[in-house]
Design a protein around this ligand. Sequence first.
Ligand code: HEC
Ligand code: HEC
Length: 216
Amino acid sequence: MRLALLALLVLAAGGAAADEVARARVRWAESKHGPMLERILPPTFDPAQLPEPRGRGARLMLRYCVQCHNLPNPAMHDVKRWPSVVERMVLRMRGKGNMGVLMKDLMAGVEAPDDAEYQTLLAYLSRHAQKAIDPRRYPELVRPAGEAFRLACQQCHVLPDPARHSAKEWPRVVARMQENMEWMNRVVGSTPIAGEPQLRVEDINAFLVRRAKRAP
Ligand code: HEC
Ligand code: HEC
């Protein structure tokens, strides 16, 4: 009933993407696992920010990848990592994933991509993927200067290449990552626990800014 009403509202607003996003919201609201699903990915990445927004890849992302959590950013993972993540997600959508009991509650109405769509999604994510740091070019990564960055920034994805952003951009990206960490309930380290990595934002920014992309 609520679903039907929502579908109507969404139709009035127009847009298949908005439709999927709205249906996911309903699914979360109605599930006892909702709070967990909502925390899987942060809400920071907007459909308008998708690369090639009118292309097939972006459209498939908005159809399939928002059914259980917030929209993933293709730049989150590198080309090596995406295949295993996408495979895990597609198996799940096809009802063959892990977390069986949790997912069973939620699978009603979840759509799965066919094989051609699966390949399109993977190609799209790979094309716009993160670029991992090359440790040979950054020897200080394994020294104290790179330690804060190395420990904090590999918890959710590969360590990004510092040349991805300019010195001006990095502190903003790091601040967003701090929010991502809070959202995703990862270690932030504001209250030190023995052995737990701490988020040393100044050290991380110092490393990234020193090695940032040179302004043209
Ligand atoms: C049927 C529900 C469902 C759908 C649809 C779904 N996911 Fe997920 N996703 C999950 C669950 C549950 C998790 C947390 C557990 C895990 O990481 O496997 C997750 C976690 C993630 C993560 C964070 C974990 C990591 O390894 O970085 C990413 C990124 C992700 N999904 C991407 C995608 C993409 C891309 C799609 C579309 C191709 C997609 N998801 C579709 C259920 C789903
Ligand atoms: C809690 C998990 C998590 C941690 C820890 C994390 N990130 Fe991320 N990162 C994400 C997610 C989710 C995205 C995609 C959404 C976004 O861009 O905010 C992302 C995307 C990125 C991107 C690609 C997007 C862009 O704007 O270039 C970069 C670069 C990045 N992270 C850098 C970092 C750095 C540097 C750190 C350490 C300070 C870090 N991340 C720690 C979750 C995390």
